[in-house]
Design a protein around this ligand. Structure first.
Ligand SMILES: C[S@@+](CC[C@H](N)C(=O)[O-])C[C@H]1O[C@@H](n2cnc3c(N)ncnc32)[C@H](O)[C@@H]1O
Ligand code: SF4
Length: 503
């Protein structure tokens, strides 16, 4: 796609908006005009406190033009005002050209509820926030309701964060086999799975060290989250080892939530569930993705729908407090009838949490953009997403966290639903950057949060080595420890002798 930009405009933002209309578009500087090559020119000027954006679009012999003006209402938001004018002009021009309106309007970010949170914190009523999202951000009314409800639920659940709060994330980036749609970094081949014993050794050493730091700075561990990959790919004795080290490291502190993500039914056994429960794990995922056997087979998950039901029952019987089930809308081979049956089937089980993702196509998955799997309008996916939201709400679930990814069919969102009181709090803390996440393991990103995210918190990230090989060859987590100390030094905590466990 050809993009011409004039004025103080964030090029990346405009590119992201373009990709809503032209999924998978790239913007090479050498692109020449020609058939099938969309072209967009955007300019931004300002006069006093008024920003004026103009967008002109051309594609396959058709053209469209839009001009939008925005007056600066708040002197601290000069950048935002210009960006909104640009967003509106681009959406109006491309929308006319392609005869399509995206449901999230000019919002391209990962966290659409964040804008609602900011507006609520400014004292706007729920109704005003919804109206603002619709009028100023071109968000569809139903999405404005969703974003506002998620923001309100988050605020209620999180309460007032304490600067000493933190969560621990442990990454287990291994899976028994790779699902065709998956884009997560996870090792699946026999050769790479043979790294697990060394990986477990290394994780145990890292957990001892981070727990030492957590104690020395007097931090409160609010939640623990083992994520993947598939954490239950580990052998029972490996799970016992890691959880024993973690429990010892926590020194009797009781997090408010302890998730061991699990996920793939073919890795979950009664023995592993009993171990998890004995160490205080109170939340796991047992994920069907779909309850349609044909769709499940097509996405290569190596388990059946019956396996899902059997393991779900096993997990309920084992007394794990909250079970989450993941569904994906817009999967290849799925349609509205099949997806609505999946939603109904899950609601009939009444799990504590249901997370509805929208199918996302990434280069690293086996399904590629060239497979023509998604269109701008997203086929049935929009109807599927709407159905899940309406049905889950009717069944008493509340939307409690939400995020968006690039390249999802129809640009729809991923929403976590919960039986009230059973929300996966880690998801909120992590997504809304409420407090620090101390993360160990390959691919894990630690986030150090100071202040309130909605008021522009200072966030520092530490990236652990991305792949297990790299992580193991690094040998120690010195970098992470330095990052923790760099962030918390000067932070008043108990005396240093508390760190006696540190290796
Ligand atoms: C990191 S995966 C871990 C879960 C576990 N390994 C499993 O597969 O059950 C978390 C969730 O992301 C979702 N997911 C993975 N790839 C996706 C994709 N390409 N599009 C949409 N959702 C995806 C799935 O719902 C999956 O359960
Ligand atoms: S969807 Fe889950 S089990 Fe499948 S490859 Fe991705 S992380 Fe592994």
């Amino acid at each position: 796609m050809i993009l011409h930009i004039e004025g103080d405009i964030n090029r990346y933002y405009v590119q992201t908006l373009c990709m809503v209309f032209f999924p998978g578009a790239s913007f090479p500087s050498f692109e020449q005009p020609g058939p099938g090559v969309p072209e967009l020119s955007v300019s931004l000027t300002s006069e006093g406190e008024v920003f004026r954006a103009c967008a002109e679009a051309a594609y396959e012999g058709r053209t469209a033009r839009a001009e939008k003006e925005r007056a600066l209402s708040d002197p601290s938001s000069v950048e935002r005002c210009g960006k909104q004018a640009v967003g509106e002009a681009v959406i109006a021009a491309l929308g006319e050209l392609m005869e399509y309106r995206p449901s999230w309007g000019i919002l391209t970010g990962v966290r659409p509820a964040k804008v609602a949170t900011e507006l609520l914190k400014k004292g706007l009523s729920k109704t005003r926030v919804r109206k603002t999202l619709v009028m100023d951000y071109m968000v569809f009314p139903k999405k404005a309701v969703l974003a506002t409800d998620v923001a309100l639920n988050e605020q209620r659940i999180v309460g007032r964060p304490d600067p000493r709060d933190c969560s621990i994330y442990v990454s287990i980036p291994f899976c028994p086999t790779r699902c065709a749609y998956c884009s997560f970094v996870s090792y699946t081949s026999k050769r790479l799975l043979s790294l697990i014993p060394d990986y477990v050794d290394r994780l145990c050493a890292d957990i001892v060290r981070i727990c030492g730091e957590i104690r020395s700075y007097g931090l409160n561990v609010k939640t623990v989250y083992f994520g993947g990959g598939t954490p239950t790919v580990l052998e029972p004795e490996q799970i016992v080892r890691i959880l024993s080290v973690l429990r010892e490291g926590l020194g009797g502190a009781e997090p408010e939530e302890f998730t061991f993500e699990s996920g793939r039914p073919d890795t979950i056994t009664r023995e592993k569930l009993d171990i998890l429960r004995s160490f205080g794990v109170d939340r796991i995922s047992v994920n069907p993705q779909t309850l349609c056997p044909e769709v499940l087979e097509g996405i290569g998950r190596h388990h059946t729908v019956d396996d899902f039901f059997r393991v779900y029952e096993l997990a309920s019987d084992a007394g794990i407090g909250t079970i989450n089930t993941d569904l994906i809308a817009g999967l290849p081979g799925d349609n509205f009838t099949r997806f609505s049956q999946s939603v109904d089937g899950i609601i009939a089980l009444h799990p504590g949490n249901v997370t509805v993702h929208t199918f996302c196509i990434k280069r690293s998955s086996q399904f590629r953009q060239t497979d023509n799997l998604y269109s701008m309008r997203g086929g049935d996916a929009g109807k599927c997403v709407d159905y899940s939201q309406i049905k889950l709400r009717q069944a008493g679930y509340i939307p409690y966290y939400m995020y968006r990814q690039k390249n999802t069919v129809g640009n729809y969102e991923n929403v976590g639903f919960s039986v009230p009181g059973r929300e996966g709090r880690y998801n909120i803390y992590m997504m809304e950057e409420i407090h620090s996440i101390i993360a160990v393991g390959a691919g894990a990103v630690a986030k150090f949060v100071r202040g309130d995210a909605a008021d522009g918190a200072a966030i520092k990230r530490y990236y652990n080595p991305k792949y297990p090989y790299e992580y193991l060859s690094r040998g120690t987590c010195d970098g992470l420890i330095d990052a923790i100390r760099g962030f918390y030094s000067g932070f008043a905590g108990p005396a240093a002798e508390d760190c006696s466990n540190e290796t």
